[in-house]
Ligand binder design. Structure first.
Ligand SMILES: Cc1cc2nc3c(=O)[nH]c(=O)nc-3n(C[C@H](O)[C@H](O)[C@H](O)COP(=O)(O)OP(=O)(O)OC[C@H]3O[C@@H](n4cnc5c(N)ncnc54)[C@H](O)[C@@H]3O)c2cc1C
Length: 497
């Protein structure tokens, strides 16, 4: 028979979301245990491009974790000089430079993860490493988890379970949501596989500093995805690539080799070592939009498991952090109130969509994703080539607004200038993109922008209590249908079909 241990809050996962959740719940008075399947010295060793946006911004990283202390350690913040994003389409001779005034950095993700775990422990969280969660205890509400700790079966009981187990979490697969005490039906949205992407990276050490040492660089793949070069230091480059799971899979490691092998800066370079192995890691990641509802009785989910992460716009680490904070605070409050119902835990959904608000922005911008997924890659590359930097910044949300007439006119003028120049160079003939195809894509893009605004307004009106949820959801689904019709989306390209 399994040994049993009791706490008030169980946090599954020792990543970003798990640490922010556990630390916040403990700082708010709860008795917390954090369960992580890896050994203590490998916690935080996670597949990542290592790019972190504004790491000391309290909105991105709220709660008791001291990000200033962590990122002031040179072992974590090897290169704090990143001040631009560059988009290279080398075949077309395109190089877009987007200034990054919100300040980005490339960190050593392992060192960062170790510091996070250490601070979480110091804030009073009990941490069990080498502990794999492999079962759920539920009876009307989620009441605990079953796990194997150092080879021994342990049953952990608690009032609240926070699922911070990352993309494609097995925890949410194991909870029987239909069997929980919720009327008329559970609100929790089970993630669909198209919520996720798959990505892979290597840390490559070069002999000489790379020329783009203060930029994070992205490049298109012929498939729906992109390659990145993120300099962790002038000579240690996080090089990786990824694709969305609604597209054909790519042999990621082979595809990366193909990309780097002829580049002069990687001539003679080698993959760095970590734990006596080559530092190569791949994983799934959530890169679409937050779940419509992230709670169930006794259960809250965060980070990649909740879809609050959007690595493409620099919110992979950050999206796990602020959602972890929200879950920790909500869970501690619910335990103190003796009420872990959906009504009580609704605070988590509402905070993320309305008070914090980032979830509303991410969810609204998923319209760009839906639209882009339905366009052929050569057409997308042509669109990226002619769009001025300002417009791209809006899409990747490094810029907040350009609604005044002057900026709109300058964007239109910029696009026309780029269009003329690319026609002269023969870019579009080379890609096999006709004027009609380009025009259609640009019109679709304009329509999508209008819908992004409509979605954002709707998400900002996310219901304050569970009572208004199903009505709100029906209206969101109606906007979806209208949007798909407006951009003539094929039925099989529609969201989550
Ligand atoms: C290749 C790649 C590149 C990326 N690049 C960037 C980037 O440059 N910038 C950025 O901001 N984001 C990036 N991301 C995304 C970012 O890494 C994630 O958004 C972030 O790690 C999510 O944090 P999390 O806490 O939700 O999940 P994770 O970091 O995945 O943590 C989950 C934890 O749960 C543990 N766990 C899982 N299942 C169990 C179980 N059953 N029992 C016990 N423990 C369990 C895991 O071991 C892990 O430690 C990238 C992701 C990938 C895969």
């Amino acid at each position: 028979m399994a040994r049993s241990e009791a706490y008030e809050v169980i946090v599954v996962g020792g990543g970003i979301g798990g640490c922010f959740a556990a630390a916040t719940a403990a700082a708010n008075g709860a008795e917390v245990v954090q369960l992580e399947r890896k050994p203590a010295d490998q916690g935080g060793f996670i597949a990542c491009g290592d790019a972190i946006k504004s790491p000391t911004d309290p909105k991105g990283y709220p709660g008791p974790i001291d990000m200033a202390a962590i990122t002031s350690d040179e072992a974590v913040l090897a290169d704090g000089n990143i001040d631009k994003i560059e988009w290279w389409d080398e075949e077309l001779g395109v190089r877009k430079v987007l200034p990054y005034e919100t300040h980005s950095n490339v960190i050593d993700r392992y060192e960062f993860g170790q510091h996070l775990l250490e601070q979480t422990g110091e804030l009073g969280v009990t941490q069990h490493f080498n502990t794999v969660v492999n079962g759920i205890v539920q009876n009307g509400q989620v009441q605990g988890v079953e796990a194997i700790r150092d080879g021994e079966s342990v049953e952990y009981e608690a009032e609240m379970v926070i699922d911070a187990a990352g993309a494609q979490s097995v925890i949410q697969d194991m909870v029987d949501f239909e069997d929980l005490a919720v009327e008329p039906e559970p609100t929790f949205e089970k993630p669909h596989y198209t919520h996720f992407g798959s990505a892979y990276r290597e840390i490559i050490e070069t002999d000489e500093p790379v020329e783009y040492q203060n930029a994070i660089v992205g490049k298109p793949l012929e498939e729906m995805g992109y390659v990145w070069y993120f300099p962790r230091s002038p000579t240690a480059i996080n090089v990786g690539l990824g694709f969305q799971m609604n597209k054909e899979p790519i042999a990621l490691a082979d595809r990366l080799r193909e990309d780097v092998e002829d580049r002069p800066e990687f001539d003679g370079a080698s993959v760095a070592d970590r734990f006596d192995k080559k530092n190569k890691l791949g994983a799934a990641l959530a890169l679409r939009r937050p779940l419509d509802s992230m709670i169930a009785p006794g259960y809250i989910t965060v980070g990649c498991a909740a879809g609050t992460t959007h690595p493409i716009t620099g919110k992979g680490i950050r999206g796990a952090a602020f959602s972890g904070y929200s879950a920790g605070k909500t869970a501690a409050g619910a335990v103190a109130d003796g009420d872990v119902s959906e009504q009580r835990l609704w605070e988590h959904n509402h905070y993320l969509y309305v008070e914090h608000g980032e979830a509303a922005k991410l969810a609204a911008r998923d319209a760009y994703n839906v639209a882009a997924s339905s366009i052929d890659i050569p057409v997308l590359r042509a669109v990226a080539a002619i769009l001025p930097e300002d417009e791209i910044r809006e899409i990747v949300s490094t810029k907040t607004s350009f609604d005044d007439l002057a900026s709109k006119l300058s964007i239109a003028a910029g696009a026309t200038k780029n269009l003329v120049s690319h026609y002269r160079k023969g870019t579009f003939e080379h890609l096999g993109v006709s004027k009609e195809m380009l025009y259609e894509a640009l019109m679709g893009f304009r329509t999508t922008r209008e819908y992004v605004d409509r979605y954002e307004e709707h998400y900002e009106n996310y219901p304050a209590s569970r009572d208004g949820y199903f009505e709100w959801l029906a209206e969101r689904d109606r906007i979806d249908d209208e949007f798909y019709d407006a951009i003539d989306l094929e039925p099989d390209a529609r969201k989550y079909q």
